[in-house]
Design a binder for this molecule. Structure first.
Ligand SMILES: NC(=O)c1ccc[n+]([C@@H]2O[C@H](COP(=O)([O-])OP(=O)(O)OC[C@H]3O[C@@H](n4cnc5c(N)ncnc54)[C@H](OP(=O)(O)O)[C@@H]3O)[C@@H](O)[C@H]2O)c1
Length: 260
């Protein structure tokens, strides 16, 4: 099999870093993106020792020119991206009215706009080659409204809807689009979001990040359209489809609230 190159956003830590390790172990070359150049350099050092090439880009994908800049750099350097993993994302906890514009629009810019733009930039060449894989990392948050994290939950609902629709559009093309939905996972995510003291993370329990990444890795390599990590998360996502929406929203708020 010829060497493939995988582009992973948000690969300096958390789920993206674990995905990068899994791809490297299976001999895929990597292009890794995050803001922290220092952390990316450490990851690159570690993964290059597995015999793959690793190129890193330290970029803030909330900045509007960043996705196109990345695409142009990769074109100039002669990279072909065979697999695109749109993983970078963040959440912010708090009431919408009190949230800063940076938090609100940063989430939309990273979780929705950068993801959509990178897909728009890399998909046409995959279609022309009749091969390629895209995985968009959403969340189980995307299956219901999320009071106290209203914008984050809504961004993930977008990712699910967009990815499933796109997977259908390209279904006969040789390109697959996978939407991967982790539930609460032990990474730096909750601390950054400010919901690490919530019932969700404190009482209901979060999954191991290596296990979650392995589920995501399998989902993209199998070309699955929608994959939810963890049987309990799958059950919760299904149950929200039949329960009254007001009740689902109230329950969603309850799990986001601080644990006693
Ligand atoms: N952990 C959970 O409970 C959970 C649950 C469901 C879904 N998810 C989703 O899974 C994905 C990965 O989350 P995680 O838990 O691995 O989070 P994490 O541990 O906080 O890692 C996030 C990654 O994204 C990068 N990143 C953050 N802001 C960025 C920006 N503006 N530009 C470029 N890169 C940026 C971070 O690196 P830098 O800080 O160096 O930029 C890091 O590599 C996200 O889309 C998240 O929404 C997480």
């Amino acid at each position: 099999m010829p060497a493939t190159t995988v582009l992973i956003t948000g690969a300096s830590t958390g789920i993206g870093y674990e995905l990068a390790k899994l791809f490297a172990r299976d001999r895929h070359n990597l292009v890794l993106v995050a803001r922290s150049g220092e952390k990316l350099a450490q990851v690159a050092n570690e993964l290059q020792s597995l015999g793959v090439t690793v190129r890193t880009y330290s970029l803030d994908l909330t900045q509007p020119p960043a996705p196109k800049f990345l695409f142009d750099q990769l074109q100039t350097e002669g990279f072909t991206i065979d697999i695109l993993i749109n993983n970078a994302g963040f959440g912010a906890f708090g009431e919408f009215a009190q949230m800063s514009n940076d938090e609100i629009f940063g989430q939309i810019q990273l979780n929705i706009i950068a993801l959509t733009e990178l897909t728009r930039l890399f998909l046409p060449a995959m279609l022309a080659r009749h091969t390629g894989r895209i995985m968009n990392v959403a969340s189980t948050a995307g299956f219901q409204p999320g009071p106290l994290m209203a914008v984050y939950y809504a961004t993930k609902a977008y990712v699910i809807s967009f990815s499933e629709a796109l997977a259908n559009e390209v279904r006969h093309s040789g390109v697959t689009v996978t939407c991967f939905c982790p539930g609460a996972t032990h990474t730096g995510f909750a601390k950054r979001a400010g919901n690490d003291k919530s019932r969700l993370f404190k009482q209901l329990g979060a999954m191991n990040v290596e296990k979650v990444a392995l589920d995501g890795y399998r989902a993209v390599m199998e070309g699955r359209t929608l994959a939810i990590s963890g049987a309990h998360n799958w059950l919760v996502a299904q149950s929200t489809r039949f329960a009254p929406r007001k009740m689902v929203t109230a329950l969603s708020r309850w799990i986001s609230e601080k644990a006693e």
